[in-house]
Write a protein that binds this ligand. Structure first.
Ligand code: ADP
Ligand code: MG
Length: 327
């Protein structure tokens, strides 16, 4: 069993390793780690060339996970992901697809049609795969880190709502913030003398340690009644907002709950505070919200809705530290 301090140090090591390659705000790395600590799937969405693939690859390496990468293309088939049965020497044998791994990097996921994208649905939610009627349970940890270009880009198939809802967080790396950051990317390239800096990244925890970290988040972080109410009210407020056709699902609330526990632990606390919830509310909820057509046409983004509900819903003060229920 690990303790809070040890957990925090391991997290710091993972974040530092990722940031030794990725230039930018470490917040996005912490959020990615928080989601993966609860086997949550992460979607990186942004314009090409902003380090999405880089982030996914370096992260998978840093946590010592076995990982496979699938480049999604228009002609990719579901069986290319899950696997298939082949007839060999008088019987059918299972040839496992790349989904049988710990971390699946689904690169440019919206370049494949929905039928192929949906081959991931069962694995993302239920951590199992059905191939020709036979169900295979995946070894944990298992999660998908997907990247995609913004939906307006040409040659893309927007992810259907059901698929989007399976992502615990949607994160957007964004452009480098300053000329210094932009120069740092160039500088590192000169130092590395190679285009793929992830080649040299060594795991900073073992996969067993990572599993223990996941267990720790699951079993040792206290969430008070008032935090639960706060999350529930935020989720419900997204459904009532004037701009919204369809608000966040209950799965959105569960995502918030799980990520906030990991964030609290990463901060060295064994209880969740309202700031943990505020920190990831947009990342956990915005992609689950469908705006009214007229609002979407005006160019309004669902992030605005989450920012509004964060202002509206009363922030709890008080009982979050109560430890009476801590197991
Ligand atoms: N923030 C960043 N830090 C370090 N390298 C970056 C960053 N953004 C982009 N790069 C570099 O730019 C190139 C493109 O990045 P990549 O991850 O393939 O982009 P994307 O998947 O978003 O299209 C890679 O060589 C990557 O190393
Ligand atoms: Mg890429």
């Amino acid at each position: 069993m690990i303790v809070v301090r040890e957990f925090r140090d391991l997290c710091k090591r993972i974040v530092d390793t990722v940031c030794s390659v990725y230039v930018g705000d470490s917040t996005i790395v912490k959020k990615m780690l928080a989601a993966c600590l609860s086997n949550g799937n992460v979607l990186f969405e942004d314009y090409p060339g902003l380090g999405k693939t880089l982030l996914a690859k370096v992260f998978a390496k840093a946590i010592g996970a076995e990982y496979n990468r699938i480049q999604f293309t228009p002609d990719l088939l579901p069986a290319d992901i899950t696997g298939t049965k082949v007839y060999r020497a008088g019987k059918f044998e299972l040839v496992k697809g790349p989904i049988f791994t710990h971390v699946l990097l689904a690169d440019e996921i919206n370049r494949s049609p929905p039928k192929t994208q949906s081959a991931l649905l069962e694995a993302m939610e239920e951590k199992q795969v059905t191939i020709e009627g036979e169900t295979h349970v995946l070894e944990l940890p298992f999660f998908v880190i997907a990247t995609q270009n913004p939906v307006e880009q040409e040659g893309t198939y927007p992810l259907p709502e059901a698929q989007l809802d399976r992502f615990m967080l949607r994160l957007c790396p964004g452009y480098p913030e300053s000329v210094e950051e932009e120069m740092e990317i160039l500088n590192r390239r000169i130092e590395w003398r190679k285009d793929d800096p992830t080649e040299d990244v060594e795991p900073c925890v073992s996969i067993e340690e990572f599993r223990k970290m996941q267990e720790f988040v699951e079993s040792s972080i206290y969430v008070s009644k008032s935090i639960l109410k706060y999350i529930a009210e935020l989720v419900r407020a997204t459904r009532k907002h004037d701009f919204v056709e369809v608000g966040s699902s209950p799965r959105g609330g569960l995502a918030l709950l799980k990520v906030t526990r990991a964030l609290a632990a990463m901060d060295g606390r064994d209880y969740v505070i309202p700031d943990d919830v505020k920190a990831v509310a947009v990342d956990a909820l915005a992609h689950r919200i469908i705006l009214k057509v007229e609002k979407a046409v005006e160019g309004i983004r669902p992030e605005v809705v989450v920012e509004d509900v964060l202002k509206e819903v009363e922030v709890p003060k008080g009982d979050e530290k109560s430890r009476s229920v801590l197991s």
